[in-house]
Design a protein around this ligand. Structure first.
Ligand code: ATP
Ligand code: MG
Length: 382
């Protein structure tokens, strides 16, 4: 059910299948030895089959009066464990196209909310009143954007216009959940479209406020090209099965801001590394208040930024030292994207491409024990 049935009907490869049942989590747990109950907000059972985990949810009803449903003062659902009938379960899903069930008894598709019609029309329609559904869970606005990009669907008019009105509710979402959603958005293989839609629906300011402000004030063509090109690369990587780090995504999205502030603070290119480190820290501090970024990823973004000026140095021992940085590969890709849009000299990007192929970058674990400790300007420690 859920996304699995939708993707099959659209002839897309489903990421996973969610199973829904009228058995309670305890009953499912008792049936499968290799299972466990997870979740507080929504209780689910995970059943392990070898390396796969099948997620099994009990049909739920949305019942505001039930002691098992908790709302906060904005109408947001905090907990929802009232079990119900399949029809009720369908009603509490977000979009009609996400509420289709595949019945294993007779291989039919069960549609209680007009999801098949909306698949036909290629549109995302919220089940029920748009304002209420966004108030219950503001993350649904981000999900609308994600599915619109992923499925190449339109967002039905009332669901779309309510986003402008209720987007601000995203401020109440815990930053950790915002991070999860942010990663789903930008690792979808459709990041270019996602970015476009986030801007169109004025949601970017809730995810990356500094970038949103930069865009309002002084969008400069080549920097916009940079973001676009970087997201094109990201999508290519995702669609060809290569990994993309959240650190790289944040490095991309905050670069216009970091670069601008660092240049204002320190026009002397020789001293740019220190400026980037300082600005990078401040910009990150603000960012994590909205979207919490695990330390290793925010550190990676900052290392990518401070590495950029080092690509100007091709003399002496410095290039080899840079090559030994754990973040080298990502920083190099980042620099190449800058070169592609004219923000970095082509001559130098070619030099680095040759240089690293001559020195054959070996697998990372081998480089971890680098004999020389990593050097950083002392000023930027922490
Ligand atoms: P994906 O292909 O990204 O996995 P999906 O539709 O399966 O897409 P999930 O986030 O895996 O999305 O959620 C599974 C199902 O649970 C959805 O199809 C939807 O029916 C329901 N669901 C998930 N999140 C919400 C939400 N915030 N509000 C209402 N229903 C939701
Ligand atoms: Mg899913």
């Amino acid at each position: 059910m859920g996304g699995g049935v939708r993707d099959l009907l659209l002839k897309m490869q489903p990421k996973d299948f969610d199973v829904a049942t009228d058995a309670t989590p305890e009953e499912v747990r008792a049936l499968f030895k290799n299972s466990r109950i997870i979740g507080r907000r929504f209780r689910l059972v995970h059943i392990r089959f070898g390396r796969d985990i099948i997620e099994v949810a009990t049909f739920r009803a949305h019942d505001e009066d039930s002691p098992k449903t908790e709302l906060d003062r904005h109408g947001r659902i905090l907990r929802d464990n009232t079990f119900g009938e399949i029809e009720e379960d369908a009603m509490r899903r977000d979009f009609t196209v996400n509420a289709l069930y595949y019945d294993i008894h007779d291989y039919s598709v069960l549609d209680y909310v007009g999801g098949l019609k909306d698949i036909e029309a290629r549109q995302l329609r919220l089940i029920g009143d748009a304002a209420t559904r966004y108030q219950e869970d503001p993350v649904r606005m981000l999900r609308a954007v994600r599915f619109a990009a992923k499925l190449d669907f339109s967002i039905e008019a009332s669901a779309a216009s309510a986003i402008y009105e209720y987007g601000h509710l995203l401020a109440v979402i815990p930053p950790a959940r915002m991070f999860d959603e942010m990663i789903k958005l930008f690792h979808s293989g459709k990041a270019v479209r996602v970015f476009e839609l986030l801007r169109e629906y004025q949601l970017l300011k809730h995810l990356v406020p500094a970038l949103d402000e930069w865009l309002q004030e002084n969008p400069n063509e080549s920097m916009l090209d940079f973001i676009d090109q970087a997201l094109v690369n990201t999508d290519d990587r995702v669609n060809t099965g290569q990994s993309v780090s959240p650190g790289f995504i944040f490095a991309i999205l905050l670069w216009p801001v970091v670069q601008q502030q660092a240049t204002r603070m320190q026009p002397d290119r020789q001293k740019m590394i220190g400026a980037l480190a300082q600005v990078g820290e401040t910009v990150m501090k603000r960012q994590v208040r909205h979207v919490s970024i695990p330390r290793r990823f925010s550190q990676m973004a900052r290392d990518i930024w401070t590495s950029q000026p080092r690509f100007h140095r091709t003399q002496g021992k410095q290039p080899l030292r840079l090559l030994a940085y754990p973040v080298f590969r990502a920083a190099y890709d980042f620099m190449c994207i800058q070169a592609m849009v004219g923000l970095f000299p082509h001559r130098l990007s070619h030099w680095w491409t040759d240089f690293q192929s001559q020195h054959e970058v070996v697998a990372e674990p081998v480089r971890k024990k680098s004999p020389r400790p990593r050097r950083r300007p002392r000023r930027n420690a922490g």
